[in-house]
Design a protein around this ligand. Structure first.
Ligand code: AMP
Ligand code: GLY
Length: 424
């Protein structure tokens, strides 16, 4: 098979490495890819948002499967466009990707179908939103831009003043552009967060092993929110009992709800959960694999990923038994100094071998480029250094040992990935 991967991050690198384990795969292309991906696949100079370019390339090169990994092209209808040309694609169609692309849509869906989530109100003008938080003295409270905002459109507000400032910046100053023309104002929840990615063909849903993301930039969960500074799998808070509750109250009802809305979801549906004192609730849905969750989940997958993708597309997922490795995985993200705010690019990296790896770990490249045999930084999150072991402690030790071997000017990584506060 010839596969075309869409995207350029650590998630895409992890997907490519797993797909390459399949005996069915002959060649993988990646649009546009990165420096590390170039060592495993052939990068093609097409933007992840260039739907026409992707369709044309797929036709010209007789691609058997296009894997659309990022949120933006899914929300823009890349899968619809490929299918219209008879090209097989993994990922939800535009109408189903709405579950991530519009928070108003997902919140209303959960309310309509009784899926547990934070209480909320939707506003399409700042005056009503401001009156609501002031009159109800709402704090702490969470203000969310409706649309995709590179994962930054969620503001946790400790005071009413903070909430007012958040509403102004999203709705009046349009800090996140048109994605802020509507806001969701929701109840502040507490509890451990769990990421559960799942495969679904619209008939059944098969959750993958759980994971935990560390979203803040600095140790001790301090600093700004980022795309994710590291992950572990499994998530220590997610017991078998909790998994069963989530299956019954969240996973299956969501698949059914999307079918009833005429928006059958096929692909990877990501459940961002919070285990609150009142039970598990949905914080957000993503219509795709998580980044950097994928980097700890996929190394634990035993079943051929190509077979799973085909079953998702064909609606035969129920016939497949998906197997996972016991033990654990850990991923430490090495980021550019200054991320998630401004940072330099083009810094030469050292410690990587000619394939972009190091011994004892799997190095997934995110923001890197390869020029004349040398790797340079090319983004905020640069590498996801991942290891698997029988225990979480073992996986973390291996991952951090590998991180120590790699250096570039300004490199920043969290030293406390995998430590989880005890919940009392
Ligand atoms: P999201 O982009 O929706 O995943 O939100 C980003 C982060 O904000 C989440 O991972 C949570 O840590 C936090 N968050 C979102 N919604 C809530 C909420 N209702 N209560 C508390 N924290 C929240
Ligand atoms: N790591 C969170 C996400 O992929 O949205």
């Amino acid at each position: 098979m010839k596969i075309l991967m869409i995207g350029s991050g650590g998630r895409e690198h992890a997907l490519i490495k797993k797909l390459l384990e399949s005996p069915k795969v002959e060649k993988i292309y990646c649009a546009p890819g990165n420096g590390g991906i170039a060592c495993d696949a052939e990068n093609v100079n097409i933007s992840a948002m260039d739907i026409e370019g992707v369709v044309n390339f797929s036709k010209e090169n007789k691609i058997d499967l296009v894997f659309v990994a990022p949120d933006d092209p899914l929300a823009a209808g890349m899968v619809d466009a490929l299918e219209a040309e008879g090209i097989r694609a993994f990922g939800p169609k535009k109408a189903a990707a709405e579950i991530e692309a519009s928070k108003v849509f997902s919140k209303n869906l959960m309310k309509k179908y009784g899926i547990p989530t934070a209480d909320y109100q939707v506003f399409d003008n700042s005056k009503d939103a401001l009156d609501y938080v002031v009159n109800n003295n709402m704090a702490p409270v969470v203000v969310k831009a409706d649309g995709l905002a590179l994962g930054k459109g969620v503001l946790i507000c400790q005071t009413v003043e903070d909430a007012k400032a958040a509403i102004h910046s999203i709705m009046d100053d349009k800090k996140f552009g048109e994605s802020g023309s509507r806001v969701v104002i929701e109840e502040f929840l507490t509890g451990p967060e769990v990421s559960v990615l799942s495969f679904t063909d619209g008939k059944c849903v098969k959750p993958m092993v759980s994971s935990k993301d560390h979203k803040r930039a600095l140790d001790g969960d301090k600093g700004l929110n980022t795309g994710g500074m590291g992950t572990i799998s499994p998530n220590p808070y997610y017991t078998d009992e909790m998994a069963e509750i989530c299956r019954k109250t969240i996973f299956e009802p969501t698949i059914e709800a999307m079918n009833k809305e005429g928006r059958t979801f096929k692909g990877c549906l990501y459940f961002g959960l919070m285990l609150t004192p009142k039970g598990p609730k949905v914080i957000e849905y993503n219509a795709r694999f998580g980044d950097p969750e994928t980097q700890v989940v996929l190394p634990r997958l035993e079943t051929d990923l190509v077979d799973i993708c085909e079953a998702v597309i064909d609606g035969t997922l129920g016939d497949i038994d998906i197997k996972w490795k016991k033990g654990a995985a850990a991923c430490v993200v090495m980021a550019s100094g200054g991320y998630p705010e401004s940072y330099k690019k083009g810094i030469e990296m050292s410690g990587l071998d000619e394939k972009g790896g190091v011994e004892g770990a799997i190095v997934y490249h995110a923001g890197t480029k390869l020029e004349n045999g040398k790797f340079y930084t090319n983004g905020g999150r640069v590498l996801g250094v991942t290891a698997v072991d029988d225990t979480l402690e073992g996986a973390l030790k291996k991952a951090y040992e590998a991180v120590e071997k790699i250096s570039f000017e300004g490199a920043h990584y969290r030293k406390d990935i995998g430590t989880c506060p005890v919940i009392v």
